[in-house]
Each structure stands twice: as structure tokens, then as C-alpha cells.
Design a protein around this ligand. Structure first.
Ligand code: FES
Length: 167
């Protein structure tokens, strides 16, 4: 078995099927256009984070240089390269959100969860990711993304309700 084939074997059959669905949306010679979808699929299947081996497998599957996949995975903040909690919280603290109390939201979450930005609760329930740059929901500031879903016009009470609802 070639090294290339070995690397692809890291992708589950279900992941490959889902990736193929996205690849089919682009011209054959442009299958690398599915890289964000592929990394999202693989990350989700791997408990929320990517390993070098999985990124290499995606590169092999999409016929891309490994470095090009690393560039995508390290550029977009929705990808994580270290183990994370079951839930990921990313609070925006760019200008609109900061002016509308983003700092307070972050400190409140830190206090409630007993962790700092960048840390995961001891029970593995929540990772409070780095402060986000603008997530393009400025008109509904302050906001945060929880597992990729936006929560806008936040108040401390709303934040509490969201935290209480996490598995
Ligand atoms: S500044 Fe927070 S969404 Fe734009």
C-alpha cells in the first residue's frame, strides 16, 4: 500500500462520502475548493480538532500540497489544532462588540466557568476560545459564537441561559 493511500485511510468512509458530496460541486480540477468543507467534516468527526495526520489526509484526498491545507486550517478560527471541550465558545471583542460590552461578556464567562480565554473546563464541557475578531454581526453586538452558531444582542442573563443549556 502506498504512503498516499495510507494517509487517506485516516478518513472514515462516512467522512469521505461527505467530502465527495462537496467535491462534486466544483470542476474536477478544482476539488481543492472543498478544503474548508473537508476540514470541517474531519474536525467534527475527530471530536472538534484537527491533527497533522488528518490535515495530511485531507491534502492527499484533495490532491493538495500539505502546506496549503495547513494554511487554511491555521487561518480560519473555526479550526482547532489542539484538543477542545465538547462545546466551543468564541466571544467577539472587535470594535462594535467591545463598545457594547464584549469585555464584560468575556469576564462573566470566565468567572462562571472558572477558566480564562484559551482554556477548557476540567470536565471537558467547554472551551473558551480566543477572543474573536469581527464575525460580521456588528449590528447585533455584543455577540458570540457557540459551536459555530451565532448568539447576538447578548446580555449577561442571555449568556447564563446559553451556558446552562450546554451539554
Ligand atoms: S465587531 Fe463583533 S461582530 Fe463585528
Amino acid at each position: 500500500m502506498s504512503k498516499l493511500t495510507d494517509s487517506r485511510q485516516l478518513l472514515s468512509q462516512a467522512a469521505r462520502k461527505e467530502i465527495d458530496h462537496w467535491v462534486a460541486k466544483y470542476p474536477l480540477e478544482q476539488k481543492k475548493s472543498a478544503v474548508i468543507s473537508a476540514l470541517t467534516i474531519v474536525q467534527e468527526e475527530n471530536g472538534g480538532f484537527l491533527t497533522t495526520e488528518l490535515m495530511d489526509a485531507v491534502a492527499s484526498y484533495l490532491d493538495m500540497p500539505k502546506i496549503a491545507v495547513y494554511e487554511v486550517a491555521t487561518f480560519y478560527s473555526m479550526f482547532d489544532l489542539e484538543p477542545v471541550g465538547r462545546n466551543k465558545i468564541a466571544v467577539c471583542n472587535n470594535i462594535s462588540c467591545m463598545l457594547c460590552g464584549g469585555d464584560n461578556i468575556i469576564s462573566h464567562i470566565e468567572k462562571r466557568l472558572g477558566i480564562k480565554v484559551g482554556e477548557t473546563t476540567a470536565d471537558g464541557r467547554v472551551t473558551l476560545k480566543r477572543e474573536e475578531e469581527c464575525l460580521a454581526a456588528c449590528s447585533s453586538a455584543p455577540m458570540m459564537a457557540v459551536n459555530g452558531h451565532y448568539h447576538e444582542n447578548l446580555t449577561l442573563e442571555k449568556v447564563d441561559a446559553i451556558l446552562d443549556g450546554l451539554e
